[in-house]
Design a protein around this ligand. Sequence first.
Ligand code: NDP
Length: 485
Amino acid sequence: MERLQNYIHGRYAASTANATFDNVNPATGEVFAQVEPALEAEVDAAIRSAEQGFQRWSAMSGPERGRVLHTAARLLRERNRELALLEVRDTGKPIQEAEAVDVASGADCLEYFAGVASTLRGEQIALGSAFVYTRREPLGVCAGIGAWNYPIQIACWKSAPALACGNAMVFKTSDMTPTTAAKLAEIYTEAGLPDGAFNVVHGDGRTGALLTGDPRVAKVSLTGSIGTGKKVLAAAAQSVKRVTMELGGKSALIVFPDADLHQAVSAAMLGNFYTQGEICTNCTRVFVHDDIHDRFLDLLAERTKKLRVGDPLDPETQVGALISRAHMERVLGYIASGKAEGARLVLGGARADVGPQAGGNFVLPTIFADCTDDMTIVREEIFGPVMSVLRFSDEDEAVRRANATRFGLAAGLFTRDLARAHRVAARLEAGICWVNTYNVTPIEMPFGGMKESGVGHENGQAAIEHYTQLKSVFVELGDVPCPYE
Ligand code: NDP
């Protein structure tokens, strides 16, 4: 049986815990590794090591830091296949997705922030006889806490901006997907990152709580559910830590009558069934105009029927396994509630029978029509392959209903009317608005939610603000203006 340890100060370190926890393959139910959790002693060691790593790393010049990130990006790309296979084993997602997206987008992120490292700067402010300038300084030790749906990508999205700005990071993996963040740590070490500048600890929420409760940690960046976000915010408040929160969503896609129907159906499918629906920004509420509703639904059902659910390692597979047995039961529970509350099941709505993978957590891509705004499946985040289709008849109504939620992560709209596209995008209460596409997240574009979906942004130049603190320096070049004798 494989064994996975915490990665502290440039190497794997044995845990003081007597017990380990299982790492389970979601597609087979097989336990393939034992993971050593980080308890108080390991979290303390990881933070102390990060403090040392921070001293060395923050003293390096921007271009030097950029070179390390560039080298790490190259190593990531070289190991794409190997890392994608590990990601599939941890998450159950299809190999074709892991190979095309997960590692590659992580490497994009490292390359982008390698450039940022060497271009970080403050500003100079002209002010009479004084010389005023600002410095962007690192925060110190940051904690990254990841969800299980995009483990290596999340580890890259958090560590690359943190490191580019001169910080050190202790990253806690989700207990269900611990493998690839530790590989990223190996890669950083090989690329020349000083020991301790990026440490990885494993464990459940208790390990995360040890990090967020520690006053030596200056900032927490969490990707997770709103419930966890509230706990982390409360813990961070005790020592007034900075926070970035990437939380849940229940996003709307609005399809206007002039939309390109084929494209809109493609976007709705991508935004509900990619990664078995385990994507925070997914457009799980699809509002379709009365005039095109029936044609849209026919096309959607016809194409969704053809999706291949099955063994994630099969390159033909398009829909893999949900992360855990408990999560699959939760998703099936939502499907049952959709049926009970009167939604019309158009497709799916059950576990998928994928033969030899009988131990796996497979659910058929599911479409509900005739949904209403008060149904549980329309109000709550399901995080599985379950789409709700709703009808609307005018623009104001669609915007009002799309916004009638505590979530505000993302939204999308399909129209050929340019004025309407910008008008509606401006009115939607969502951190990301896609027009005539969905779920495209280039590293250059800030990513973050409004309302309860989050605080702050990852990616793009916006991330720099969250991983630096601004210092103003006021240099008097004349006399001290003094009212005293
Ligand atoms: P959870 O909120 O359950 O967990 C997220 C992380 O927080 C895990 O590593 C978890 O540990 C840890 N954690 C749990 N409790 C605490 C605590 N008290 N203090 C510190 N850390 C804690 O989310 P999931 O892992 O189930 O991921 C799914 C959720 O993530 C969905 O709601 C989804 O929308 C959201 N998400 C948001 C994204 C965004 O960018 N906006 C992107 C991807 C997902 P452990 O699980 O190991 O116990």
